[in-house]
Design a protein around this ligand. Sequence first.
Ligand code: NOJ
Length: 766
Amino acid sequence: MKNYIPSLRMVLLAVLAVAVNYASAQTKNDAIKMNVFVTQLMSKMTLDEKIGQLNLVTMGRAITGSVVNSGVESRIKKGEIGGVFGIYGAADVAKIQDLAVRESRLHIPLIFGLDVIHGHRTIFPIPLGISATWDMDLVEQSAHIAAKEATAEGLKWVFSPMVDIARDPRWGRISEGSGEDPWYGSQVAKAMVKGYQGSSMTNPDAVMACVKHFALYGGAEAGREYNTVDMSLIRMYQDYLPPYKAALDAGAGSFMSSFNTVNGMPATVNKWLLTDLLRKQWGFKGFVVSDYTALNEVTSHGLGDLQTVSVLALKAGLDMDMVGEGFLTTLKKSLNEGKVTLQEIDMACKRVLEAKYKLGLFNKPDKSIDPEREKRDVLTDDNRKFARTIAEHSFVLLKNQAQTLPLKKSGTIALVGPLANNHSEMLGTWVIAGDPEKSVSVMDGIKNVVGNNVNVLYARGANITEDSLLGARAFALNNGQIKDKRSPKEMIDEAVETAKKADVVVAVVGESANMSGESSSRSDIRIPESQRDLLKALAKTGKPLVIVLFNGRPLTLTWEDEHASAILDAWAPGTEAGNAIADVLFGNYNPAGKITATFPRSVGQIPIYYNHKNTGRPYSGKGPAKFKSDYLDISNDPLYPFGYGLSYTTFNYSDVKLNKPSLKGNEILKATVTVTNTGKYAGEEVVQLYISDPVASISRSVKELKNYQKVTLQPGETKEVAFNITTSDLKFYNNELVYDWEPGQFIVQIGTNSSDTHTASVQWSK
Ligand code: NOJ
């Protein structure tokens, strides 16, 4: 009898199996329903209407190219447009949606997209800053709030997350991603997709994510925008592709092809990329949109006229054409000439309609926009509170000599720099709907946080830049930089006089928002010269000098690192910038951010990244050495390594303890360290796990990040931090592009950043 009583485990497994079957039956059911709906709809559509679905146009608020669409409203009624971006606001979107739903022949709703990149109305730090939080709950929540605000304004599709791995800080778009690491980038990618899409894209506060830029955009040669990418397959699979795949596995509904070529073939017409890899190998079921006029630009890449490249794109697996209207104007002709098939057009149309179905757009589309939500859900106190929290968590303390920070909440500070009393620069790049006037400047933030207890003296000190080329190009869309009329010398003199009257100088300096992001590559990634001159003059006063840095990329900061007393990297913090900065400066929050992209000492070291290969002649780092992989004039080491960031307190790491010295097959290795807060402040620490694989069938990276944990420790407190390591943490792409692990020795490394770890060795056999 006893044998027939099922154990609790068996019951649970059976319940789980029923639940899984039910869920997959539901999914199958949904897929069948969607298929029936879309097939029936398509049976009524003319060829022109089908091609119209492949056409995405802009209505003007997000122009990132030379072409702008015209006659949009009348063409919507004719069924020539499938989606619209560059418009938001419940009333405006509803009005345009009405044209499609009421006045077009088949009443097919439009999909409304926008570049919602780091918040919609409430702006969070730039993505590179968000990634420095190492907190996936915050990352997911930021995307969720952005989705909530965006849907309140009629949008159901966001052109985010940007998951391009970047190892070259000259590239301005490094600001839009999560830095250089494929494993970490994958965690952020997943969290963003989850935050945007929620449990169902039909939820009123959920949007469809659009993963971009597929693929390898961050590998642009020389860090120059839109430039060529040429890369080995192993590097692609191992280092650049994982975040796209992670976003797909998290359920992302759409992908955007990138501007660049990939090994000679522009991504937008790259069949290997859009079909063989994305759909066949990875199983992607959603739709692919081009980037802004990227299809037309394939002609400049040298692949033929617009008709020819539109044929290539459709056959490659591109479904929607952004702005350029290559599909709209040429596909019918190509069909008549036998260059494309009706099935190919149908397939793209089906994928676009399926996306609209998945978003619930066919379900009362004209009633789905609730104007009340726009009043209720946008830029709320809670959203602003969250913006302040995530900004604080994104800041990275790069230097803090002699505990200069936190500042005392008394005495006199000299607040200087072109970004110190400034609203317009707080939000960073890619802010379509954020209102700079609603952002908190550093000056205001300090007043909010310390009131009259601190005497704040202000001097602007410098313009963002005096360099006419940099100024003209960076501020091209702002109709030029608004400059102080005084000479640089007059401004610096005033700042120096101000500094002399203070106990400490806080210099808020760095890049303006338009110095990073799209079309903002730089060959010199120092703080602009006008501001460096200011810093030099301030340093000469002998007063403690705190730099609050604004930057959309890693900068070269060797002078600053040598001469400043403290450096707090604030990126571009968003709507709550000033409040968050003041909280951290005055110790209401102890910074814990860690950089996710290496800070070089000089542009000459670029590309620089922690997970590089060893070379056959590695340089030991000690003394002059001939015939080693090094430079004559600079160290190989970065200024600040990946994963680096200080705290107001200090942490001590024990050696790494392993639960066994050798393992076999699927056994689990447990690696443990104890971390002690040895300072005076409570603080958070990101404990990082790296693994090296010293002998393998191909040359491996010197180490790779595999996991991390963020722990909070009170002064004097010790915590044990344990990581379970399995063979999936050991896998890599071998020479045949097979993803597997190889037995042998592995070095487990745990530490506070990628260069400062404790190690232990283990043998792992098959
Ligand atoms: C060009 C950018 O590359 C892309 O990231 C953006 O989503 C589109 N323009 C639409 O604005």
